[in-house]
Design a protein. Structure first.
Length: 95
């Protein structure tokens, strides 16, 4: 079985949660980039809209209720240490 991010570029998402000029960062527990600080996010599931995935991941990881989001940018990460390659759609929200 081929794995996204490892056997072919995976599709990810992220959500920058902003409040009072600050951004919420979480320490990653799993690869890629375990132990590093990042915005909340994760893998987009098959037939799931990236924007919905970003909201779902943010709610799961932060416990916050996310309402409106806006598209921010696209990020491409090639993480040599983990041998992973991801394309991520990044969104932002004011919370």
């Amino acid at each position: 079985m081929a794995l996204p991010g490892i056997d072919f570029p995976g599709l990810g998402c992220g959500l920058a949660i902003l409040r009072d000029g600050k951004i919420l960062l979480c320490r990653r527990l799993k690869a890629p980039e375990a132990g590093h600080w990042s915005i909340v996010g994760g893998k987009v599931d098959h037939m799931e809209r990236a924007q919905d995935a970003a909201r779902r991941e943010a709610e799961e990881e932060s416990g916050l209720s996310i309402h409106s989001t806006r598209f921010l940018c696209i990020s491409e990460q090639m993480i040599e240490a983990d041998r992973q390659h991801w394309i991520s759609l990044i969104y932002a929200t004011e919370n």
